[in-house]
Design a protein around this ligand. Structure first.
Ligand SMILES: O=P(O)(O)OC[C@H]1O[C@](O)(COP(=O)(O)O)[C@@H](O)[C@@H]1O
Ligand SMILES: [Mg+2]
Ligand SMILES: [Mg+2]
Length: 289
Protein backbone atom coordinates (compact mmCIF):
# COMPACT_ATOMS: atom_id res chain seq x y z
CA UNK A 1 0.00 0.00 0.00
CA UNK A 2 1.38 3.44 -0.88
CA UNK A 3 0.49 6.75 0.71
CA UNK A 4 -1.49 9.03 -1.62
CA UNK A 5 0.50 12.26 -1.08
CA UNK A 6 3.81 11.90 -2.99
CA UNK A 7 5.85 13.96 -0.52
CA UNK A 8 4.49 11.98 2.43
CA UNK A 9 5.20 8.77 0.51
CA UNK A 10 8.81 9.91 -0.02
CA UNK A 11 9.17 10.72 3.68
CA UNK A 12 7.75 7.33 4.65
CA UNK A 13 9.91 5.51 2.08
CA UNK A 14 13.03 7.31 3.31
CA UNK A 15 12.33 6.42 6.94
CA UNK A 16 11.50 2.81 5.92
CA UNK A 17 14.80 2.49 4.05
CA UNK A 18 16.69 4.00 6.98
CA UNK A 19 15.10 1.81 9.66
CA UNK A 20 17.25 -1.28 9.10
CA UNK A 21 20.35 0.89 8.91
CA UNK A 22 19.40 2.59 12.16
CA UNK A 23 19.02 -0.70 14.08
CA UNK A 24 22.35 -1.90 12.69
CA UNK A 25 23.99 1.45 13.48
CA UNK A 26 23.03 1.29 17.17
CA UNK A 27 25.81 -1.22 17.68
CA UNK A 28 28.85 0.64 18.97
CA UNK A 29 26.85 3.85 19.58
CA UNK A 30 25.34 3.05 22.97
CA UNK A 31 27.40 5.53 24.96
CA UNK A 32 26.70 9.16 25.84
CA UNK A 33 28.34 12.12 24.10
CA UNK A 34 29.48 15.15 26.03
CA UNK A 35 26.56 17.28 24.80
CA UNK A 36 23.00 18.09 25.81
CA UNK A 37 20.02 18.34 23.48
CA UNK A 38 17.84 21.50 23.50
CA UNK A 39 15.71 19.94 26.27
CA UNK A 40 18.79 19.70 28.50
CA UNK A 41 19.11 15.92 28.26
CA UNK A 42 22.38 14.08 27.74
CA UNK A 43 22.62 12.90 24.15
CA UNK A 44 23.64 9.37 23.26
CA UNK A 45 25.98 8.76 20.33
CA UNK A 46 23.10 7.05 18.54
CA UNK A 47 20.76 10.07 19.04
CA UNK A 48 23.20 12.36 17.26
CA UNK A 49 24.01 9.85 14.54
CA UNK A 50 20.35 8.99 13.76
CA UNK A 51 19.47 12.70 13.65
CA UNK A 52 22.24 13.41 11.15
CA UNK A 53 21.29 10.45 8.99
CA UNK A 54 17.58 11.28 8.90
CA UNK A 55 18.17 15.02 8.60
CA UNK A 56 20.37 14.62 5.53
CA UNK A 57 17.92 12.28 3.79
CA UNK A 58 14.63 13.95 4.68
CA UNK A 59 15.90 17.45 3.89
CA UNK A 60 16.81 16.28 0.39
CA UNK A 61 13.20 15.39 -0.50
CA UNK A 62 11.48 17.77 -2.94
CA UNK A 63 8.53 19.30 -1.15
CA UNK A 64 10.12 19.19 2.32
CA UNK A 65 10.74 22.79 3.37
CA UNK A 66 11.92 22.23 6.95
CA UNK A 67 13.51 19.47 8.98
CA UNK A 68 13.39 19.72 12.76
CA UNK A 69 14.38 17.28 15.45
CA UNK A 70 14.52 16.90 19.17
CA UNK A 71 18.31 16.78 18.90
CA UNK A 72 18.98 20.18 17.29
CA UNK A 73 18.05 23.65 18.49
CA UNK A 74 16.59 25.10 15.28
CA UNK A 75 14.61 23.76 12.35
CA UNK A 76 16.72 23.67 9.21
CA UNK A 77 15.38 25.12 5.99
CA UNK A 78 15.70 22.73 3.09
CA UNK A 79 15.47 24.82 -0.02
CA UNK A 80 11.71 25.18 -0.31
CA UNK A 81 10.05 28.14 1.38
CA UNK A 82 8.60 26.54 4.55
CA UNK A 83 5.75 29.07 4.57
CA UNK A 84 4.71 28.28 1.00
CA UNK A 85 1.61 26.16 0.57
CA UNK A 86 3.45 23.42 -1.33
CA UNK A 87 6.18 22.75 1.24
CA UNK A 88 5.83 20.51 4.28
CA UNK A 89 7.81 20.48 7.51
CA UNK A 90 9.04 17.16 8.91
CA UNK A 91 9.57 16.89 12.68
CA UNK A 92 11.42 13.87 14.00
CA UNK A 93 12.36 12.21 17.27
CA UNK A 94 15.22 10.21 15.70
CA UNK A 95 15.47 7.78 18.61
CA UNK A 96 12.68 7.68 21.11
CA UNK A 97 13.54 5.95 24.37
CA UNK A 98 17.28 6.12 23.81
CA UNK A 99 17.94 5.59 27.52
CA UNK A 100 16.90 2.00 26.68
CA UNK A 101 20.04 1.65 24.51
CA UNK A 102 22.17 0.70 27.49
CA UNK A 103 19.77 -2.02 28.72
CA UNK A 104 18.97 -3.15 25.15
CA UNK A 105 15.24 -2.58 25.30
CA UNK A 106 12.75 -1.31 22.72
CA UNK A 107 13.08 2.09 21.07
CA UNK A 108 11.51 3.94 18.17
CA UNK A 109 11.75 6.68 15.57
CA UNK A 110 8.82 9.13 15.43
CA UNK A 111 7.91 11.51 12.62
CA UNK A 112 5.24 14.06 11.85
CA UNK A 113 4.61 15.79 8.53
CA UNK A 114 3.13 19.27 9.06
CA UNK A 115 1.54 21.40 6.37
CA UNK A 116 2.90 24.51 8.12
CA UNK A 117 6.18 26.00 9.23
CA UNK A 118 7.31 24.84 12.69
CA UNK A 119 6.45 25.20 15.47
CA UNK A 120 2.90 24.30 14.46
CA UNK A 121 -0.14 22.81 16.17
CA UNK A 122 -0.94 19.14 15.59
CA UNK A 123 -4.01 20.21 13.62
CA UNK A 124 -1.54 21.03 10.81
CA UNK A 125 -0.29 17.44 10.62
CA UNK A 126 -1.14 15.61 7.42
CA UNK A 127 0.61 12.39 8.40
CA UNK A 128 2.56 10.91 11.29
CA UNK A 129 4.08 7.59 12.13
CA UNK A 130 6.72 5.63 13.93
CA UNK A 131 9.15 2.79 13.59
CA UNK A 132 9.31 0.41 16.56
CA UNK A 133 12.62 -1.39 17.00
CA UNK A 134 11.39 -4.39 19.00
CA UNK A 135 12.20 -8.06 18.50
CA UNK A 136 11.09 -7.27 14.97
CA UNK A 137 10.94 -3.85 13.35
CA UNK A 138 7.45 -2.56 12.61
CA UNK A 139 6.09 0.73 11.35
CA UNK A 140 2.77 2.45 11.94
CA UNK A 141 1.68 5.18 9.55
CA UNK A 142 -1.33 7.44 10.04
CA UNK A 143 -2.66 9.66 7.27
CA UNK A 144 -5.91 11.52 6.81
CA UNK A 145 -7.28 8.31 5.24
CA UNK A 146 -6.24 5.55 7.63
CA UNK A 147 -3.76 4.01 10.06
CA UNK A 148 -1.71 1.07 8.79
CA UNK A 149 0.83 -1.23 10.36
CA UNK A 150 3.76 -2.79 8.51
CA UNK A 151 6.56 -5.24 9.18
CA UNK A 152 9.93 -4.11 7.90
CA UNK A 153 12.29 -6.43 6.09
CA UNK A 154 15.48 -5.03 4.61
CA UNK A 155 14.07 -1.58 3.90
CA UNK A 156 10.81 -2.90 2.41
CA UNK A 157 7.57 -2.55 4.30
CA UNK A 158 4.94 -5.27 4.22
CA UNK A 159 1.38 -4.33 5.17
CA UNK A 160 0.09 -6.43 8.05
CA UNK A 161 -2.95 -4.40 9.12
CA UNK A 162 -5.01 -1.77 7.36
CA UNK A 163 -7.42 0.52 9.26
CA UNK A 164 -5.82 -0.07 12.65
CA UNK A 165 -8.21 0.88 15.45
CA UNK A 166 -7.89 0.69 19.21
CA UNK A 167 -9.69 -2.37 20.59
CA UNK A 168 -12.94 -1.40 22.37
CA UNK A 169 -12.08 -3.23 25.59
CA UNK A 170 -8.98 -1.65 27.14
CA UNK A 171 -6.39 -3.96 28.71
CA UNK A 172 -3.13 -2.10 29.46
CA UNK A 173 -1.83 1.13 30.96
CA UNK A 174 1.60 2.75 31.26
CA UNK A 175 2.30 5.98 33.16
CA UNK A 176 5.66 7.76 33.21
CA UNK A 177 7.31 9.86 35.91
CA UNK A 178 8.04 8.98 39.52
CA UNK A 179 4.86 8.28 41.53
CA UNK A 180 5.75 10.76 44.36
CA UNK A 181 6.15 13.42 41.66
CA UNK A 182 2.60 12.92 40.31
CA UNK A 183 0.08 15.64 41.19
CA UNK A 184 -2.66 14.36 43.53
CA UNK A 185 -5.38 14.45 40.86
CA UNK A 186 -3.35 12.34 38.43
CA UNK A 187 -2.50 9.94 41.22
CA UNK A 188 -6.17 9.38 42.02
CA UNK A 189 -6.83 8.66 38.32
CA UNK A 190 -3.90 6.22 38.30
CA UNK A 191 -5.27 4.43 41.38
CA UNK A 192 -8.58 3.81 39.58
CA UNK A 193 -6.89 2.65 36.39
CA UNK A 194 -4.50 0.26 38.11
CA UNK A 195 -7.52 -1.53 39.56
CA UNK A 196 -8.91 -2.07 36.10
CA UNK A 197 -5.98 -2.60 33.70
CA UNK A 198 -2.58 -4.31 33.54
CA UNK A 199 0.66 -2.32 33.84
CA UNK A 200 2.85 -2.20 30.73
CA UNK A 201 5.67 0.36 30.96
CA UNK A 202 9.00 0.01 29.21
CA UNK A 203 10.34 3.58 29.17
CA UNK A 204 10.08 4.22 25.44
CA UNK A 205 6.92 6.10 24.54
CA UNK A 206 6.66 4.42 21.16
CA UNK A 207 6.82 0.92 22.60
CA UNK A 208 4.37 1.84 25.36
CA UNK A 209 1.92 3.48 22.95
CA UNK A 210 2.16 0.49 20.63
CA UNK A 211 0.91 -1.66 23.53
CA UNK A 212 -2.10 0.65 23.78
CA UNK A 213 -2.73 0.55 20.03
CA UNK A 214 -2.51 -3.24 20.08
CA UNK A 215 -4.46 -4.09 23.25
CA UNK A 216 -6.41 -0.92 24.07
CA UNK A 217 -5.81 1.16 27.19
CA UNK A 218 -4.05 4.36 28.16
CA UNK A 219 -0.51 5.75 28.08
CA UNK A 220 0.41 8.92 29.93
CA UNK A 221 3.47 10.97 30.69
CA UNK A 222 1.67 13.45 32.92
CA UNK A 223 2.39 16.83 34.37
CA UNK A 224 4.76 16.41 37.33
CA UNK A 225 5.11 18.47 40.53
CA UNK A 226 8.73 19.09 39.52
CA UNK A 227 7.85 19.78 35.88
CA UNK A 228 4.27 20.93 35.22
CA UNK A 229 4.82 20.61 31.46
CA UNK A 230 5.79 16.94 31.85
CA UNK A 231 8.66 15.51 29.86
CA UNK A 232 7.61 14.83 26.29
CA UNK A 233 7.91 17.34 23.47
CA UNK A 234 4.84 18.57 21.62
CA UNK A 235 6.28 18.85 18.08
CA UNK A 236 8.26 15.60 18.03
CA UNK A 237 6.34 13.30 20.38
CA UNK A 238 2.98 14.61 21.64
CA UNK A 239 1.52 15.76 18.33
CA UNK A 240 2.53 12.77 16.17
CA UNK A 241 1.34 10.28 18.78
CA UNK A 242 -1.87 12.25 19.38
CA UNK A 243 -2.55 12.26 15.64
CA UNK A 244 -1.96 8.50 15.31
CA UNK A 245 -4.14 7.57 18.30
CA UNK A 246 -6.95 9.93 17.24
CA UNK A 247 -6.89 8.54 13.69
CA UNK A 248 -7.13 5.06 15.23
CA UNK A 249 -10.35 6.04 17.01
CA UNK A 250 -8.87 7.02 20.38
CA UNK A 251 -8.32 10.38 22.07
CA UNK A 252 -5.34 12.47 23.05
CA UNK A 253 -5.18 15.15 25.73
CA UNK A 254 -2.79 17.49 27.49
CA UNK A 255 -5.15 17.12 30.47
CA UNK A 256 -7.51 19.73 29.18
CA UNK A 257 -7.90 19.48 25.41
CA UNK A 258 -6.73 17.42 22.45
CA UNK A 259 -2.96 17.56 22.01
CA UNK A 260 -3.67 18.53 18.40
CA UNK A 261 -5.33 21.80 19.51
CA UNK A 262 -2.41 23.00 21.62
CA UNK A 263 -0.79 26.17 20.21
CA UNK A 264 2.98 25.88 20.53
CA UNK A 265 5.13 28.79 21.68
CA UNK A 266 8.48 27.28 20.75
CA UNK A 267 9.96 24.33 18.85
CA UNK A 268 10.99 22.39 21.95
CA UNK A 269 7.88 23.01 24.08
CA UNK A 270 7.01 20.14 26.38
CA UNK A 271 3.50 18.95 27.15
CA UNK A 272 1.77 16.46 29.40
CA UNK A 273 0.73 13.55 27.14
CA UNK A 274 -2.27 11.25 27.67
CA UNK A 275 -3.50 9.00 24.85
CA UNK A 276 -5.76 5.99 24.63
CA UNK A 277 -9.34 4.77 24.45
CA UNK A 278 -11.70 7.74 24.32
CA UNK A 279 -13.62 6.94 27.51
CA UNK A 280 -10.39 6.58 29.50
CA UNK A 281 -9.20 10.00 28.32
CA UNK A 282 -12.65 11.50 29.04
CA UNK A 283 -12.35 10.16 32.60
CA UNK A 284 -8.83 11.55 32.90
CA UNK A 285 -9.98 15.04 31.91
CA UNK A 286 -12.86 14.82 34.41
CA UNK A 287 -10.45 13.82 37.20
CA UNK A 288 -7.81 16.46 36.52
CA UNK A 289 -8.76 19.75 38.14
O1 LIG B 1 12.70 7.53 31.97
P1 LIG B 1 11.30 8.01 32.12
O2 LIG B 1 11.14 9.20 33.01
O3 LIG B 1 10.31 6.91 32.42
O4 LIG B 1 10.94 8.63 30.69
C1 LIG B 1 10.61 7.84 29.63
C2 LIG B 1 10.07 8.68 28.55
O5 LIG B 1 11.10 9.51 28.06
C3 LIG B 1 11.35 9.22 26.71
O6 LIG B 1 12.38 8.28 26.62
C4 LIG B 1 11.72 10.53 26.05
O7 LIG B 1 12.09 10.33 24.72
P2 LIG B 1 13.62 10.43 24.22
O8 LIG B 1 14.29 9.14 24.53
O9 LIG B 1 13.38 10.64 22.76
O10 LIG B 1 14.23 11.61 24.91
C5 LIG B 1 10.04 8.58 26.21
O11 LIG B 1 10.21 7.72 25.15
C6 LIG B 1 9.55 7.85 27.42
O12 LIG B 1 8.15 7.75 27.45
MG1 LIG C 1 11.26 10.60 22.61
MG1 LIG D 1 14.74 10.99 21.25
Amino acid sequence: MTVSDPVVESVVATISRSATEITQGLIGRRGAVDEENPSGETQMEADVWADELLGERLAAIDGVGQYASEERPEAIDCGEDPDSSDAYAVAVDPLDGSSNLKSNNAMGTIFGVYDAALPAPGEDLIAAGYVLYGPITTMVIATEETVSEYEMTGGERRLIERDVTLPDEPVVYGFGGRVPDWPADFESYAREIENELKLRYGGAMIADVNQVLTYGGVFAYPSLESSPEGKLRLQFEGNPIGYIVERAGGRSSNGDESLLSVEPDALHDRTPVHVGNADLIDRLEETLE
